[in-house]
Design a protein around this ligand. Sequence first.
Ligand code: ADE
Length: 250
Amino acid sequence: MRFEVISIFPEYLAPLELSLVGKARARGALDVRVHDLRQWTHDRHHTVDDTPYGGGPGMVMKPGPWGEALDAVLAEGAAAGAGEPVLVVPTPSGRPFTQRLAGELAARSWLIFTPARYEGIDRRVIEEYRHRLELHEVSIGDYVLAGGEAAVLVMTEAIARLLPGVLGNAESHRDDSFAPGAMAGLLEGPVYTKPPVWRGREVPEVLVSGHHGRIARWRRDEALRRTAAHRPDLIAGCDPAALDKHDLAT
Ligand code: ADE
């Protein structure tokens, strides 16, 4: 998969060299390219922002550098046979980034992220590319960051771990919180490891019973309890067909 990021702070994306994403890169599962937006400016100061039309506080990112950057990145990827591009625009006013969207994006061959600073990018850039290719404006939560780079790190990690061969164990995300399918999109329950007693606190007896059926039931009950406590909206929106009669008793 080809992952590209265009930013005025390319150094901010340095964590993409580390850990899971870094290993996926080293293994060739991910081709990550980070571009400095300022290389597509033409003035001495490499200006990327200007005052907003209509007045108001803050600055807006100019359309010129973004248009040139996207045209160049799109042409290069097309020449390299990267497939159909998907543009991901991080913004607090986008649609929520979810595990489902992470899964959809993980199935694509080429993602281009355009993290903005200041008050955002001149709207005409979004309009221009929305008509040319698939574009998603995406928010990682109901809070405002100083820029979209941290959102790109969040999304990249969530997407990369779903790629084949990136997590050591392909089963690892089957029971994740929000995973569709058997776990019905519930939150994951608590987990334990050795020692069996720590500061007088014991591991739940069922987990050391060796009884797979009872363990599975316990895990599901804990997931239901936790979801009801922390995210009742997920229970309300859960597919009834994914629940069994024991779930309903919990
Ligand atoms: N940029 C600033 N805040 C953001 C958010 N919550 N999600 C995505 N991009 C952002």
